[in-house]
Design a protein around this ligand. Structure first.
Ligand SMILES: Cc1ncc(COP(=O)(O)O)c(C=O)c1O
Length: 407
């Protein structure tokens, strides 16, 4: 007990007067300063209907969500999530190594593995974790990682953890990979890291050519198909299957937060490889399992994808419609042919001015500037969804015409 005549010190009395060095670093950080000044990210939306969202009571068209198939409000997906919460509660509150797996984990993994044409699969609570683990678990000191220089942050983080030697090849450029490998011992252990559809650029990986080049090079391949899953392939089984290369690619990883409209990630591979992940991946062993509702929503969305191809058909129809609008406006879409659509504006100021104008006109895009994208490629990243109507996309086109006219 604190005696009445000795009151507890107030917070300002406890805290040191001066900022610690790390606090000062936070205060001085250029990126944080810009983020606070321009308020581009972490915007709060109050409600949503279809692809329309409301920010401070203003209606906006969402053009950044990677919900390609638009299944987050599908009645079967919503019902599955509710059932899972009723049956299993909100979470597993721990890693599967400690608390065990649940039937909904095994069911989802089994279905994903089958869908991707692999023997086994392991899911996690975030695509970032799965993709990071898909690299970090396999390579180590002394190995060589060859990587497309434009891959996602999760893969770079995984690469950094390995301690392996890293050689980057030019984006989606088989000739550069060939040149690079010409100087390497074919027997040396190697790992190649690429994406199926590149998240910023929308480019489909030139997998058959890359695969031919690594032939005979003792090279294990990891494809992050976060953006190809649900989009490419006969039933949406992804980029690797669309090329008929499932047996040539050792690991396919990705996210449950895009076409499957949930949250979480997956790694699909042979049973032996997935067992190796279960025994060795820190991101798997020490991180809490995906929650019941996330797993159930992903499983239901996967079933909807198979049973109702109309969502993928509408996505592709919308993609063609949107790309035509952008091409008619003579905008630079970095040659994308997929629903991941960049609008390249070339420098930070132009990209920011376009972003702001679009925002004022009720269209929400995301700004990606160097070093997130190569210098000179500062862009607005947009994504098409099966959820967009032609009316939505026409309005986006009108707004883009105004926003890019006077840059
Ligand atoms: C290519 C790629 N890999 C991995 C991830 C991480 O997935 P998640 O958002 O589910 O953590 C993303 C997310 O944007 C991505 O674009």
């Amino acid at each position: 007990m604190v005696p009445r005549d000795h009151p507890l010190p107030t917070v300002s009395q406890i805290r040191p007067k001066h900022k610690t060095s790390i606090e000062q670093r936070c205060a001085d950080d250029e990126m944080t300063r810009l983020m606070r000044k321009y308020q581009l990210f972490y915007l709060e939306f109050e409600r949503q209907r279809g692809a329309r969202f409301w920010h401070q009571d203003r209606e906006m068209i969402m053009m950044t969500s990677n919900e390609y198939l638009g299944l987050s409000h599908h009645p079967k997906v919503v019902a599955a999530g509710k059932r899972a919460i009723d049956e299993w509660g909100s979470g597993t509150t721990g890693a599967r190594t400690a608390n065990g797996s649940r039937t909904y984990h095994s069911r989802l993994e089994h279905k994903l593995a089958e869908f991707l044409g692999k023997e086994a699969c392991i899911v996690s609570a975030a695509g970032y974790l799965s993709c990071m683990a898909a690299v970090s678990t396999f390579a180590g000191k002394g190995d060589l990682i060859v990587v497309d220089r434009n891959v996602h942050s999760s893969l770079w983080t995984g690469i950094q953890l390995t301690g392996a030697r890293v050689e980057r090849f030019a984006h989606n450029n088989p000739d550069d990979l060939k040149e690079l490998l010409a100087h390497e011992n074919p027997a040396h252990p190697k790992l190649m890291v690429v994406e199926g559809i590149y998240s910023m650029e929308g480019h489909i990986v030139r997998l058959p050519e890359l695969n031919a080049i690594i032939e005979g090079h003792n090279c294990f391949t990891v494809v992050d198909d976060a953006h190809g899953f649900g989009i490419l392939g006969d039933q949406g089984n992804g980029t690797v299957a669309s090329f008929g290369l499932t047996d040539s690619v050792e690991v396919i990883c990705g996210s449950l937060s895009k076409s499957l409209s949930s949250t979480g990630g997956f790694i699909a591979a042979s049973k032996e490889i997935v067992d190796f992940i279960k025994a060795n991946s820190k991101q798997t062993i020490f991180s809490a399992a995906i929650s019941p509702s996330q797993a159930a929503c992903a499983e239901a969305a996967l079933q909807v994808m198979v049973d109702e191809p109309e969502h993928r058909e509408r996505l592709w129809e919308n993609t063609r419609y949107y790309l035509k609008i952008l091409h008619d406006l003579e905008l630079d879409t970095w040659d994308t042919t997929t629903p991941a659509v960049p609008i390249v504006l070339g420098d930070k100021q132009r990209a920011y001015r376009a972003w702001k104008k679009l925002f004022d006109l009720g269209v929400f895009t995301v700004l990606a500037v160097s070093p997130s994208v190569p210098p000179g490629k500062d862009l607005l990243r947009t994504a098409v969804s099966a959820r967009h109507t032609h009316d939505d996309l026409d309005q986006v086109g009108d707004a883009l015409a105004k926003a890019t006219r006077w840059l």
